[in-house]
Design a protein around this ligand. Structure first.
Ligand SMILES: Cc1cc2nc3c(=O)[nH]c(=O)nc-3n(C[C@H](O)[C@H](O)[C@H](O)COP(=O)(O)O)c2cc1C
Length: 173
């Protein structure tokens, strides 16, 4: 795991190469295996491969979702708020598990934040996604993870660059 963490960086440019069906199945399995509070499993995932839908999703907020139009697949991570009060936490865990699994399969990925984000006309990005994908109102829409074969990838961050001051021993100071 530490080797995956050491080399993972956000990838925002992708090759026009389809992800193999076997890898897609592994990504779905990983999403479903992500732990959730009290094992309630409020998380659900909409897998988007259709290019015109990816294009629409890339425009749901003013900045930072452009890469979705070039990704090969997107996992839209949503949580049923009627089932659980920890949807944000559960969706976050599932999102990063999808990203780390993608990395382990030689794929690149990036998180597009949807919750609390807006488009250029001040519409909630969440509502824009809701309309495009017909998501019911009782679902929170946390993130969209764009995945594909990397066209380019930032260099791994060197150990010496880690902010050691963020680690506190025994108490805050
Ligand atoms: C909660 C969260 C939200 C993020 N939202 C976006 C986003 O909307 N657009 C984007 O391009 N990157 C997004 N990212 C990626 C971060 O910008 C990126 O992880 C951070 O700059 C560190 O770079 P690295 O992932 O290459 O290590 C998000 C990451 C997290 C964890």
């Amino acid at each position: 795991m530490i080797e995956i963490l050491r080399k993972r960086r956000s990838v925002r440019s992708f090759l026009p190469k389809n992800i193999e069906a076997e890898k897609l199945e592994i990504l779905k399995e990983a999403a479903l295996r992500a732990p959730t509070s009290r094992n309630i499993n409020p998380t659900e995932f909409i897998i988007v491969i259709n290019k015109s839908i990816l294009e629409k999703l890339s425009k749901v907020k003013a900045h930072g979702a452009e890469f979705l139009s070039k990704s090969n697949v997107a996992f839209v991570v949503i949580g049923n708020t009627d089932k659980s009060d920890t949807c944000i936490e559960d969706c976050s865990i599932a999102s990063i598990i999808i990203q780390l699994t993608a990395e382990s399969l030689g794929l690149g990925s990036c998180w597009a934040q949807i919750r609390l984000r807006y488009d250029e006309n001040k519409n909630l990005a969440e509502n824009n996604v809701r309309k495009i994908l017909n998501i019911p109102d009782n679902y929170l829409i946390e993130s969209i993870i764009g995945i594909g074969y990397p066209a380019s990838k930032p260099k791994p961050i060197d150990y010496s660059k880690l902010q050691q001051s963020r680690i506190h021993e025994e108490s805050f100071n």
